[in-house]
Design a protein around this ligand. Sequence first.
Ligand SMILES: [Zn+2]
Length: 195
Amino acid sequence: MEPESSLIKSVTETKVEQECPACGHRPLESIMAVLEIPMLGEGLETTLKCPVCGFKRADIILTEQSEPVRYTLEVESEEDVDTRVVRSTSGTIRIPELGITIEPGPASESFVSNIEGILMRVRDVLQGLEYEDEEMVRKRIDRIDEARKGSVRFTVILEDPYGNSAILSEKAKIEGLSQEEAKKLRKGEMEMEPG
Ligand SMILES: [Zn+2]
């Protein structure tokens, strides 16, 4: 997902002499966007794009944070669902009440989105699984739809060992992670615990 244009301060596009990992084409297009993020200050989003096959890799670095961090937000209203989240490729997002875990991995992307946007991503993944256990999947999609409307309370936990992710809300609790906790953060792909 592209960051909202309202956050972008400047964009620089160049070409880099690097081979596309998917099709071998070179050069790749490099897009560097300086973001002005409310409450956090500056961020840098770098995107590498292949003009031939569409391969794309993006990441976000926050210039003012670097320590392992955990954000916790209790979502209690529709307004909370609109809270913005910055997730770099090193960020782990958990929503225990909905059985959602999004972990760093080869297929994980960085994004600036709101909580509804995160729920929509998970919803899309679930829809792709519909053939597996239709009833279970439908139940979980219904639950996510209720959560999107703010009619179900849930907790969003965001952890990042490099401090490059954040929940942008005065309500969010911010804690430092110990080295031990930071080390435990796993690499993997989007996972679904049994609902
Ligand atoms: Zn390519």
